[in-house]
Design a protein around this ligand. Structure first.
Ligand code: FRU
Length: 517
């Protein structure tokens, strides 16, 4: 243990531990539980659908290189959302169209006619981004592909596109089955990206679409709107009281800079979405108002987040692309580039003060593991940094603080001789921060070194953090998921030390558990 001080912004780092056996350079940062393509580029999760015991993750993929281009739908499957098996490319681009983001549904009653009553199809609804070789050059329109073998092989519909507004920025369709007061039909939400609008359509057969309504611009409008989603959730688990959640990803103009996801809470009557959480209308951005909007995540690396279709038990599970368009093309990972976030189960909860918020809980790679690798019971935390006798790069760390007289408390992760990632809580202003300015490799892009911040009130005088580490990522879930911060980090492989700290006074450590390696 060394004896560095803990000046704000540069808390002390524990010393490095014995180096683990070296991994191949290109795989040094490859996560264990976050999906990555074996080779080449990926961005948005697409076509998230659960069918017959299998989670399907399609994704924006360049099959030919670790950079954006040749956009096609890659495919991976998993029984548990944590162990993924990559499949052959599902829907490839061709000389006329790139296959941009979209969704997939199990068309159980064969409304599309692509299958039969005995073998209903999986249907993918994606954006055709037409190239110069197409008569529709420059447009983005919505198209279909279907699979009659549970997603193994796909056929593009000969009648594509099925929804064309003669727009250059109409994309990212998310389709779901609506069954409510207004009837029963498919609903499609997509964006007019540049206009900062979500457009809603309905259909009986996924092929013929009728315009329902348009939402926006509203709240954060500092970048294009992309990858929307719309779903209903009970409030505090009460099925008698529900709200509809409209997800709108935005780039740039996110709360931490660059790409991020915002959400609106409101009502959907089968035609129109009306928001109860619109803070301000119009295209003017006021930085101070931004903090009042609903954000899916307050970090730099959670984008294009959308939810699974068809999860039977009513659970709503989302995955985001764990990157940011500001620097996604420069991340130092070699022949593969970009990972997905951990999947998150989302629910609606009333936070302190009665404000309704989206609560997010990670699907936990270490759930069910008998005992933590390391635990501390209740104890005083003297001012200073206390290195833990456990080190980890792939782990979950749960910690509960009572700040006491301390002005700052927190944890240090992925620490080594010259690097650290610091998660700190400023008691006076109630702000949780993640500081990755000295997290390891940060100079591959000027926008990468950053400090993220979110207001997090103490609950019963306590701060509860759950921190997931997976080689190149730090995902922080505060106060049981009422606020989250997701950031990439690229530390040395041997920087695995962990510590807790208090500054300005003594704090009380209620509990600490580390599980992982
Ligand atoms: C979001 C996005 C989508 C688009 C896709 C293209 O990251 O820009 O709007 O469909 O990526 O790869």
């Amino acid at each position: 243990m060394n004896s560095l001080t803990t000046a704000p912004g540069a808390p002390s780092a524990p010393t490095a531990r014995a180096a683990a056996p070296a991994r191949p350079a290109a795989d040094r940062y490859r996560p264990e539980f976050h999906f990555t393509a074996e080779r080449n580029w990926l961005n948005d999760p697409n076509g998230l659908v659960y069918l017959n015991g299998t989670y399907h993750l399609f994704y924006q993929h360049n099959p030919f290189g670790p950079y954006w281009g040749n956009m096609s739908w890659g495919h991976a499957i998993s029984p548990d959302l944590l162990h993924w098996e990559e499949q052959p490319v599902a829907i490839p681009c061709d000389e006329r169209e790139a296959i941009f983001s979209g969704s997939a549904v199990f068309d159980e009653h064969n409304t599309s006619g692509f299958g039969s009553a005995g073998n209903p199809p999986l249907v993918a609804i994606y954006t055709s981004a037409y190239s110069d070789a197409s008569p529709l050059a420059g447009r983005q329109a919505q198209s279909l592909a279907y699979s009659l073998d549970e997603g193994t092989t796909w056929t593009k519909y000969s009648g594509n596109p099925v929804l064309d507004r003669a727009s250059a920025d109409f994309r990212d369709p998310k389709v779901f089955w609506y069954d409510g007061g207004a009837g029963s039909y498919w609903v499609l939400v997509a964006v007019e990206a540049v206009q900062r609008q979500v457009v809603l359509y309905k259909s009986a057969d996924l092929k013929n679409w009728e315009h329902l309504s348009t939402f926006g611009p509203a709240n954060a409008t500092g970048g294009v709107w992309e990858c929307p989603d719309l779903f209903e959730l009970p409030v505090d688990g009460n099925p008698e009281e529900t709200r509809w959640v409209l997800i709108v990803n935005i780039n740039p103009g996110g709360i931490a800079g660059g790409s991020a996801g915002q959400y609106f809470l409101g009502a959907f009557d089968g035609v129109e979405f009306r928001s109860g959480s619109t803070v301000t209308e119009g295209l003017q951005q006021d930085g101070s108002r931004m903090r009042e909007y609903g954000w899916l995540d307050w970090g730099r690396d959670y984008y294009a987040a959308v939810s699974f279709s068809g999860v039977a038990d009513g659970r709503r599970i989302m995955i985001g692309w764990m990157n940011n368009w500001d620097y996604a093309g420069s991340t130092p990972t070699g022949h593969w580039r970009s990972a997905m976030s951990l999947p998150r189960e989302v629910s609606l909860a009333r936070a302190d003060g009665g404000k309704m918020v989206l609560r997010q809980t990670a699907i936990d790679p270490f759930a069910g593991q008998e005992s933590p690798s390391f635990s501390l019971g209740p104890q005083a935390l003297e001012p200073g940094v206390q290195e833990l006798p456990v080190a980890a790069a792939v782990a979950r760390m749960d910690v509960v603080f009572e700040p006491g007289t301390a002005t700052r408390v927190g944890v240090v992760v992925r620490a080594g001789e010259a690097e650290r990632t610091v998660i700190s809580y400023d008691v006076a202003d109630g702000i949780l921060r993640l500081d990755r300015r000295e997290s390891g490799q940060v100079d591959f892009h000027a926008a990468f070194p950053s400090v993220e911040a979110v207001a997090v009130p103490l609950r019963d005088g306590r701060l509860r953090l759950s921190v997931h580490l997976d080689r190149c990522s730090v995902e922080v879930f505060a106060q049981d998921g009422l606020a989250t911060i997701t950031d990439l980090v690229f530390p040395a492989e041997e920087s695995t030390a962990l510590a807790v700290f208090a500054e300005g006074g003594g704090a009380h450590l209620v509990a600490l558990d580390v599980v992982g390696r």
